[in-house]
Design a binder for this molecule. Structure first.
Ligand code: NAD
Length: 340
């Protein structure tokens, strides 16, 4: 029998997770919950995804828009084994009690503080430790990207020191309310919150992150300097490590993927859907190893990178796969993600 999954919050992350759930062989999308009718509610309705009322939403609002609802969030919670909360930052914590009352497992997103859940999750790093948990938090897009890179690097060479400068996108493409539209805004808190967040997955990782926000919507870019404990054979070894790790997409110089604009064009070219890039993007030519020091850039598609991790977190909680590698393989096959 398939595990029954609901999604509360049908925005940027929620609609992607819902679509991804529907594509998994062992999961069933029971429905999604929304507070108000909008273009996303219309999409769910037209795709016959049962739509439930959340927060202050009323059936009358949806009726007026010609969108039928299937019940309230409480009804949805009564029909699922797992709820994925993809509501805005801090709303997930407010919803936690309702999930507990319903006696179901819950997944929260990176906008919540780590203590909203029993553990923070990254599929390549701590799947085994998260098996059977009742509440998991998927770390943010940037943290997921760094944790994946750590999964490629840490077991092979160990990390003496890791500095990351995060060049962050201003906002998501569909959000016309935020900026900056001009100028570069440094995050004056040092380290930025990302380093401590990575340590919710890798408690001992000596990582320091600094961040600045730039006027783009396409992706984040991380500029990495890692000092290894054990000296690798050279850059070819590091490139090979990224190649061998699931959920990395490497670009060779002849492909002329000069930056995030072309990386997202690749995503759109290969897509049958909304043109997501769920893998970490690494430019081969930008990987450099000097003795025990390594440098590389990676780009992170903020709107989609956490989607496969949400799916693996469901499998970990429900113990649906023999191990993390098996879950990642099932997820990636269903989502059409290949190795680099
Ligand atoms: P979003 O604003 O695009 O979507 C949130 C949705 O929840 C909206 O449709 C909103 O109407 C709805 N909502 C608001 N209050 C609600 C309530 N009480 N009950 C149910 N639904 C409600 O936000 P998002 O970008 O999808 O972010 C969701 C979570 O994912 C946040 O924790 C965020 O930090 C995290 N996250 C976002 C990104 C990103 O770049 N967008 C990346 C990784 C993680």
């Amino acid at each position: 029998m398939k595990v029954r999954v609901g999604v509360n919050g049908y925005g940027t992350i929620g609609k992607r997770v819902a679509d991804a759930v529907a594509r998994q062989p062992d999961l069933e999308l029971v429905g999604v919950a929304k507070t108000r009718p909008n273009f996303e509610a219309r999409r769910a309705f037209e795709r016959r995804i049962p739509l439930y009322l959340a927060g202050p939403g009323t059936a009358a609002d949806f009726d007026a828009a010609g969108i039928r609802t299937a019940g309230t969030l409480a009804d949805l919670l009564g029909r699922v084994d797992v709820i994925v909360d993809a509501t805005p930052d801090k709303v997930g914590r407010e919803n936690r009690a309702a999930y507990e009352r319903a006696g179901i497992r819950a997944i929260f997103q990176g906008g919540e503080k780590a203590d909203v859940a029993e553990a923070s999750f990254s599929a390549l790093s701590n799947y085994a430790a998260c098996r059977g948990k009742r509440r998991l938090r998927i770390v943010s897009c940037n943290t997921t990207g760094i944790a994946r890179a750590a999964a490629a690097i840490e077991p092979r060479w160990g990390v003496e020191r890791w500095d990351v400068v995060l060049v962050r996108r201003a906002t998501d493409p569909a959000d016309s309310h935020k900026g900056p539209v001009n100028g570069i805004v440094p995050t004056l808190q040092i380290p930025s919150h990302h380093g401590p967040d990575v340590r919710t997955i890798y408690p001992e990782l000596p990582i320091t992150t600094t961040a600045l926000v730039v006027p783009t919507t396409l992706m984040h870019v991380h500029v990495n300097h890692v000092r290894f404990r054990r000296v690798p054979g050279g850059r070819a070894e590091l490139v090979a490590a990224f190649r061998e790790t699931p959920r990395f997409r490497l670009f060779a110089s002849w492909e002329h993927v000069e930056g995030t604009a072309q990386a997202m064009e690749v995503a759109r070219d290969r897509s049958e859907g909304r043109g997501d890039m769920m893998e970490n993007v690494v430019w081969e030519e930008g990987v450099r190893v000097d003795g025990s020091d390594a440098y590389f850039f990676q780009a992170i598609h903020q709107e989609s990178i956490v989607v496969p991790e949400n799916i693996d977190a469901i499998r970990a909680m429900m113990d649906l796969a023999p191990d993390g590698a098996a879950s990642v393989a099932i997820t990636d096959r269903a989502l059409g993600l290949g190795r680099a």
